[in-house]
Design a protein around this ligand. Structure first.
Ligand code: BG6
Length: 319
């Protein structure tokens, strides 16, 4: 019988909101938001985010730069996307515990475990966000590399996709019985229309170490950063992670980068000459379409005592 005023308990059950689609195929995990079609793809090697397709102004487009020559079989770090740098940034000094590790450490070439997905981390309604969790430990890391740095650690890396944003966070835990020092950095390759009309705000009047000039300490002029040549700088904002960063194209804001507990920011573009020494960078003209904005803690060592943990994160937002 069709009753006009059904008691609410008898009303048709509301359909469950659509869930994000998550697939693990081979060594890649992809997640797609049903609400917007936005997606993220993560390679188990390095838990490297390879792709973030975000929606802005009705345009669903790739937001990360990935080299056409990127090697994705785990034999090399991925050139592009978001590699995770741990426990050393750059080439290690010779007199510290990370001395034997390769540039940027062991995490980006180790195969991480996919720990699963959850849908409740984001701020929106169910189905409007998805989180993918990845784990790495001293026991599961590439043995040839972990043998070079004898500490017991666990890493939890969480990749959260929401409409218009991507958040990646890392928790580093000392699971052993001796303290260790580390750097950590999220090596984000943002895709830009044209590096010559790209500017970065939020780092004006900030001290930086200029790797292009032998790590010389300099202070950024007030205002935006523009790009006219090879750029490789470690910025140390006085306000630490509080300072928001905006990347603009021809004066229009494109990306917001906010940070939790990652006080430093590396800004890198190899430009037209140096790019030729980066073998897996293709096409070479691709330097025009990328800008690395890399939140991290790299200008000094963080120390973790046994059972202590460190957490840091970046939030990339489409503006
Ligand atoms: C940046 C460094 O973070 O990474 C640069 O500041 C380096 O000095 C760049 O060239 C790329 O490093 P790699 O090891 O991926 O070639």
């Amino acid at each position: 019988m069709d009753r006009r005023n059904k008691p609410s308990a008898l009303a048709a059950t509301k359909a469950a909101p659509p869930q994000a689609r998550v697939d693990l195929v081979g060594d890649r995990v992809t997640a797609v938001l049903p609400t917007t079609g936005e997606s993220v793809e993560v390679l188990l090697t390095g838990a490297t985010v390879l792709s973030w397709k975000g929606l802005k102004n009705d345009t669903l487009a790739e937001r990360l730069w990935l080299s056409d020559g990127a090697i994705l079989d785990g034999t090399k770090p991925v050139r592009g996307g978001i590699p995770v740098v741990f426990p050393v940034f750059g080439q290690s000094p010779a007199d510290v515990a990370t001395a034997k590790l390769p540039q940027h450490g062991l995490a980006r070439t180790s195969r991480w475990d996919f720990l699963g997905k959850s849908e409740s981390e984001g701020s929106g309604s169910p189905g409007s966000s998805v989180t993918l969790d990845f784990g790495l430990s001293a026991a599961s890391a590439n043995p040839a590399l972990s043998a070079l740095w004898p500490f017991d650690f666990t890493l939890l890396y969480r990749v959260t996709l929401e409409p218009g944003s991507l958040r990646t966070s890392i928790v580093i835990t000392n699971a052993g019985d001796k303290a260790f020092d580390f750097h950590v950095l999220l090596h984000t390759y943002l895709k830009v229309d044209d590096i010559t009309s790209t500017t970065v705000s939020g780092l004006g009047e900030t001290e930086y170490s200029d790797k292009v000039e032998g790590f010389k300490t300099k202070t950024q002029a007030a205002g935006d950063i523009a790009f006219t040549g090879e750029t490789d700088r470690v910025y140390k904002p006085a306000k630490g992670a509080e300072q928001a960063i905006t990347v603009s194209s021809a004066g229009a804001p494109v990306y917001g980068v906010t940070r939790d507990n990652l006080a430093d920011v590396v800004v890198w573009n190899p430009w037209s000459e140096k790019v030729h020494s980066v073998g897996d960078f293709a096409p070479k003209e691709g330097y025009r379409n990328m800008l690395c904005i890399e939140p991290g803690s790299v200008s000094s060592w963080q120390t973790l005592e046994p059972n202590e943990a460190f957490e840091g994160a970046q939030l990339l937002t489409l503006l």
